[in-house]
Design a protein around this ligand. Structure first.
Ligand SMILES: *Cc1c(COP(=O)(O)O)cnc(C)c1O
Length: 404
C-alpha cells in the first residue's frame, strides 16, 4: 500500500507533467497535472481543504504533503497544468497577479536596476513606482519598447531584469519579445527577461518559447476566465529560478487557496475554446469600430492599420478580446455611451466570458498621475472593451445602439 501511495505521490510531485507534452493545448488544459484521485477515483482533482497532513511515523509524511502553505494537491495540479500550457517546466500560482509580480521582484537585491516598459498595468505601475522603488530600493528605467535601437544603450552592468508586457494596457502596444530577448541576452545572458502575458494568454502567445525567463499571468483574466477568482502565476523553465520564486511564495506567505485553485482549474479546461471566440469577436468589434463615424481611433493589433500588426501577426495565434478606442466628444460622450450599453457591463477587468467596458482615465488608470496618463496617450475619450464570448451579432448590435 505504501509503495503504491508513494508512486502515486510521485505523479503529483511538482515536476513537469510529461505525459501530454507532445499533445495540443486543448488536451493539455484538460489533462496536464490532473491525475485522477487515488482514494475514490474522482476524475476531477478534488478541493483538498486540509491545512495539514498526517505523518504515520513522526517526521515521515504519508506522501509529499506536509502543510498547505508549503504545498497543496489541488494547487499543485493547477501549477502543473499552467506549466504545460506555457511551454515551461514549473509554475508557482499566487493569490493575485500582483502577488506573482511582487514575488518575482524578490529575485533582485536592493540597488539592482530594472528596465521596464512604461505603459504598465495600473497596479504594476504603483507597485514599481511606490513600493519597489522606495521600500526595496530597486531602480527603474521606464522605456516604451517601440524603437528597440534605443533599448540597447539602456543596458548596463547593474541591470538585472528587463520587464515588459507582451501587449500593453490600454494602448495595446505590442512588444517584439524575441528581439528584446536577443538584445538583452547578447549584452548579458544573466539578465532576467520577464514578460507579463496576461493580455494574450498561453493560447495566443507563449513567451517562454522565445527564451523569456519568467512568464507572468494574472489568472484572474483569460486563464480562469469567469470573473470569480483573483489569482496569478509565474512560470519558468529553470529549476533554480523556480525554487527561488517558490520560496518567495512560501516564506512571504502568498499562498493561494485550494478552493480558488479548483475554480481556476475548472476555468482553464475551456481556455482554447474561449480564447478562440474572444479572438473572433475582438476582431469583429475592432473592424466595426474602425468604420464608425463617432470613433476617432481604434487600437487593436489585429487590424491591418495597426502599427503593431506585423509583429503581432508574426508572434500571436490571435489578438484577444481587448479593444481600445477613442470616441469623438470626450468624457461626456463616453459616459453616455457606457450608460447605454446593455450586453456589456461597465466594469474593470478583462478576459472573462462576459463583455466589459470601462473608461481608463476614470477607472483602471485613475491612480496614474494625469501627466503620465497624457504621456501614455490615455485621454478622456478613451474606452477599453473586453469583448466576451456572447454571440457576435448581439455584441455588435449593443455597440451600435450605444454609439447612436
Ligand atoms: C489584472 C492584471 C494584473 C494584476 O493581476 P491581479 O490578478 O488583478 O492581481 C497584472 N498585469 C496585467 C496586464 C493585468 O491585466
Amino acid at each position: 500500500m505504501r509503495k503504491q501511495v508513494q508512486e502515486y505521490f510521485e505523479d503529483y510531485a511538482p515536476k513537469y507533467d510529461e505525459k501530454y507534452s507532445k499533445m495540443g493545448l486543448a488536451t493539455k488544459s484538460i489533462h496536464s497535472g490532473q491525475t485522477p484521485d487515488l482514494t475514490f477515483g474522482a476524475v476531477n482533482v478534488p478541493i483538498y481543504a486540509s491545512s495539514t497532513y498526517v505523518q504515520p511515523e513522526a517526521g515521515t509524511p504519508l506522501g509529499k504533503w506536509v502543510y498547505t502553505r508549503l504545498g497543496n494537491p489541488t494547487r499543485n495540479a493547477l501549477e502543473r497544468c499552467i506549466a504545460a500550457l506555457e511551454g515551461g517546466k514549473y509554475t508557482v500560482v499566487f493569490p493575485s497577479g500582483m502577488a506573482a509580480i511582487t514575488s518575482t521582484l524578490q529575485l533582485l537585491n536592493p540597488g539592482d536596476e530594472i528596465i521596464s516598459i512604461n505603459d504598465l498595468y495600473g497596479g504594476t505601475h504603483t507597485n514599481f513606482r511606490e513600493f519597489a522603488t522606495h521600500k526595496n530600493n530597486l531602480k527603474f528605467t521606464f522605456f516604451d519598447f517601440k524603437d528597440l535601437t534605443k533599448f540597447k544603450p539602456l543596458l548596463n552592468e547593474k541591470v538585472k531584469m528587463v520587464y515588459v508586457e507582451s501587449a500593453t494596457n490600454p494602448s495595446l502596444t505590442v512588444v517584439d519579445v524575441p528581439e528584446v530577448v536577443k538584445i538583452t541576452k547578447e549584452f548579458n545572458k544573466d539578465i532576467l527577461v520577464v514578460v507579463d502575458n496576461t493580455f494574450l494568454s498561453p493560447y495566443n502567445f507563449r513567451p517562454l518559447e522565445y527564451g523569456v525567463d519568467i512568464c507572468i499571468e494574472s489568472c484572474t483574466k483569460y486563464i480562469n476566465g469567469h470573473s470569480d477568482v483573483v489569482m496569478g502565476c509565474a512560470t519558468v523553465k529553470d529549476e533554480n529560478l523556480y525554487q527561488k520564486i517558490n520560496n518567495a511564495e512560501i516564506f512571504l506567505g502568498s499562498t493561494s487557496s485550494a478552493f480558488d485553485s479548483y475554480l481556476c482549474l475548472r476555468g482553464i479546461r475551456t481556455l482554447s475554446l474561449r480564447v478562440e471566440q474572444h479572438n473572433q469577436n475582438g476582431l469583429a468589434v475592432a473592424e466595426f469600430l474602425e468604420k464608425h463615424p463617432k470613433v476617432e481611433k481604434v487600437f487593436y493589433p489585429g487590424l491591418e492599420s495597426s502599427p503593431f500588426h506585423e509583429v503581432a501577426k508574426k508572434l500571436y495565434k490571435g489578438y484577444g478580446g481587448v479593444v481600445t478606442f477613442v470616441m469623438k466628444g470626450g468624457l461626456e460622450e463616453c459616459k453616455k455611451f457606457l450608460g447605454k450599453l446593455k450586453v456589456f457591463h461597465c466594469a474593470v477587468s478583462l478576459g472573462s466570458v462576459e463583455s466589459l467596458a470601462e473608461h481608463p482615465a476614470l477607472m483602471t488608470h485613475s491612480v496614474v498621475p494625469p501627466e503620465i496618463r497624457k504621456e501614455l496617450g490615455i485621454d478622456d475619450g478613451l474606452i477599453r472593451l473586453s469583448v466576451g464570448i456572447e454571440n457576435k451579432e448581439d455584441i455588435l448590435e449593443d455597440l451600435k445602439q450605444a454609439l447612436e
